[in-house]
Design a protein around this ligand. Structure first.
Ligand SMILES: [Zn+2]
Length: 399
């Protein structure tokens, strides 16, 4: 049986295409606004609403966009209206028809209109204008590009791939995953372990916090609406966007490495600590500094990425409560307070890597419903990896 997987992929827009992209997004915003106005005009007068084909005929060759883009936007608009109408019919009177006038709107490029030429993706624009050309990376997911959406400085690609339904793995071998700050992920099957460092992201974040504080200080000395204030605002925005891109990349790579580990050791069930419990219980006990480090939000994102990436390989992700998993001694079951990076048991003298203890205890708890002492110990050998090598310059330019 065949199954279709959908990937979304971002490609950043090179500066030489910014002007073209901005014009196109502006034209799309104008089209959207006009659609909103037409629809509102008819609705208020209780006139019949223009149909999709009427709108398409009306706007044909009247908008400085590629004909297929115009059609795609009209289709999107009509789909939105239909959705709202259904909701309103079903009694949800708060559902609102599109009403916002948009200065910019993300134009949509359908698959048929897109071309790939020598590792470059071409987005066609209106007649007589050169298409937008972007280089697509080699490691992009293979498959068919069904749609491209032009965002602010970025292109969002939707790629589909037909995959044969993966054979349900019979091994049923389990692994445990501990998500944390120092190590974004520590995964183990009881004999092997992989730790993915979180220090890189943390330093980038700290750099940002510092830079933001500095900018904020400068900002207080400027007048509202002044050129200087605007410049500082832009700088702040730029900085945080960059951090966002770095973080996203790191989290994706971390998730990929965890999936690769599972595949390499035949893990088909992965237990992970439920982050819901972490927010309520652990956060209070943490210092302010730790809370700033990597927010709970980031853990949630890592988990999200993991969920769909694991699903592609038919690996189950099961969340369990991580209560006591970091404190219980895997050897004798004694509860210890952990102060530093090494776990030391006061009862039996067992020593191991702190995050390793978390991972094997989560595995133990997942398999048995409770932590059975002496069953699964932290592996002797732990592989340490960075999610992605971070360039030194990047760290500096973020703050
Ligand atoms: Zn012990």
């Amino acid at each position: 049986m065949q199954e279709t997987t959908v990937f979304t992929y971002r490609v950043s827009l090179p500066p030489r295409e910014w002007a073209k992209a901005s014009d196109t997004r502006y034209a799309a915003g104008d089209l959207w606004t006009r659609l909103v106005k037409i629809h509102r005009f008819c609705r208020r007068r209780h006139w019949p609403w223009p149909t999709e084909s009427q709108l398409k005929t009306h706007f044909k060759r009247r908008v400085p966009l590629h004909s297929q883009t115009v059609q795609a936007l009209i289709e999107k608009f009509c789909a939105t209206i239909d959705g709202v109408r259904t909701k309103r019919r079903n009694g949800d009177k708060r559902a609102r028809y599109p009403w916002r006038f948009r200065r910019y709107f993300n134009p949509i490029f359908k698959g048929q209109a897109l071309k790939i030429q020598h590792q470059h993706l071409l987005l066609p624009l209106r007649r007589g204008r050169e298409p937008i050309r972007v280089h697509v990376p080699k490691d992009m997911p293979t498959g068919m590009i069904v749609q491209a959406e032009l965002g602010y400085g970025e292109i969002y690609l939707t790629i589909t791939r037909e995959i044969r339904e993966p054979v349900p793995a019979a091994s049923g071998k389990a692994g445990g995953l501990d998500i944390g700050v120092i190590h974004l992920g520590m995964v183990s099957d009881g004999t092997e372990a992989l730790a993915i460092s979180g220090r890189g992201v943390r330093s980038v974040k700290q750099g940002r916090a510092k830079a933001q504080a500095k900018l904020q200080k400068k900002r207080t000395r400027t007048k509202p609406g002044s050129r200087r204030r605007k410049r500082l605002n832009r700088a702040r925005h730029r900085g945080s966007q960059k951090v966002e891109r770095v973080t996203r990349n790191v989290l994706h790579h971390t998730a990929n490495q965890i999936v690769a580990f599972c595949l390499a050791y035949g893990i088909t069930i992965l237990y992970a600590g439920d982050l819901g419990t972490l927010n309520h219980n652990k956060r209070h006990r943490r210092s302010r500094r730790t809370n700033q480090d990597v927010g709970a939000l980031e853990f949630g994102r890592l988990e999200q990425y993991l969920a769909y990436k694991l699903h592609r390989h038919n690996i189950q992700l099961i969340k369990i409560s991580e209560a006591y998993t970091s404190q219980t001694c895997p050897h004798c079951g004694h509860l210890n307070k952990v102060a530093d990076r090494t776990y030391r048991c006061r009862a039996c003298g067992y020593r191991a890597h702190r995050d390793g203890v978390g991972a094997v205890n989560i595995l133990n708890k997942g398999m048995h419903g409770e932590i059975r002492p002496g069953e699964i110990l932290v592996p002797q050998r732990i592989t340490y990896r960075r999610p992605v090598p971070l360039r030194g310059t990047l760290r500096r330019s973020c703050g």
